[in-house]
Design a protein around this ligand. Structure first.
Ligand code: SF4
Length: 235
């Protein structure tokens, strides 16, 4: 991959705002091509390994692109297997980020099952901080956020400014529907997490994820029974 010119925070914000307008109607691949042409090796894709659609798109736009995965220590084995399969078969470089503390170390300091007592703190320690640290060397990051996933994601821009991290945030499939995802997966034989065939519509950490019921939105199975809907990565 090319190493693009470094940008100041003001330049990055201006780039994000302009691209958000220019690329609103662009195909996902074109959005990713813009990101890789603009940021080179300072661009990474993040993946929860629910499916590998964005990683697959990015591998077409930028072979060898960095794909960042957060290993919270609480994932389903199927999710770890999906990550390993992506690393084995796709032209991407999978980078696994881990929290500072193992689950055992966290249990020793905060008590067991922090996810049941204070999920915001658990997510802060096991997701938000590791991602913040892991993205330090990048100017832009891509996510698989989609507007149709939940009301909290309905206004996701295809390219926006991540003010908290001072980075450009790219959501190339923001406009896609579940049908678009299913079609892409079928057409390209993209790897998906086996749990998607087992009643799960959105896959996160095992203690905080359940199957969805008929008529529920895709993220209803995350932190079910709690007001929490997001882990803080996209706030
Ligand atoms: S999703 Fe649950 S287990 Fe995973 S980091 Fe957040 S609170 Fe902890």
């Amino acid at each position: 991959m090319t190493t693009a010119q470094r940008h100041t925070a003001d330049e990055l914000r201006a780039l994000a705002e302009q691209a958000g307008r220019d690329l609103e109607d662009a195909p996902a691949l074109e959005i990713l091509r813009w990101a890789t042409a603009t940021f080179g090796s300072r661009f990474a894709v993040t993946s929860s390994m629910e499916d590998a659609v964005v990683a697959h798109l990015a591998s077409r736009a930028a072979p060898g692109v960095d794909v960042v995965f957060l290993d919270t220590g609480y994932h389903f084995p199927e999710t770890i297997g999906t990550r390993d399969a992506v690393a084995a078969v796709m032209d991407v470089r999978v980078i696994t980020l881990t929290p500072r503390q193992s689950v055992a170390e966290q249990d020793a300091e905060y008590g067991p099952k922090l996810h049941d007592r204070d999920p915001d703190l658990c997510c802060a320690l096991r997701k938000v901080r590791p991602l913040e640290e892991g993205l330090t060397g990048y100017d832009a990051w891509a996510t698989g956020l989609r507007r149709d996933e939940s009301p909290t994601r309905a206004n996701t821009p295809v390219v926006g400014w991540d003010a908290r991290r001072g980075k450009v945030k790219v959501s190339p499939i923001a406009r896609w529907t579940q049908d678009d995802v299913d079609s892409y997966v079928a057409e390209h034989g993209v790897l998906t997490n086996p749990l998607l065939m087992d009643g799960y519509a959105s896959v996160g950490c095992a203690p905080c994820t359940r199957r969805v019921l008929e008529g529920e939105d895709a993220r209803a199975g995350r932190w079910a029974g709690r007001a929490k809907t997001e882990c803080g990565l996209h706030g």
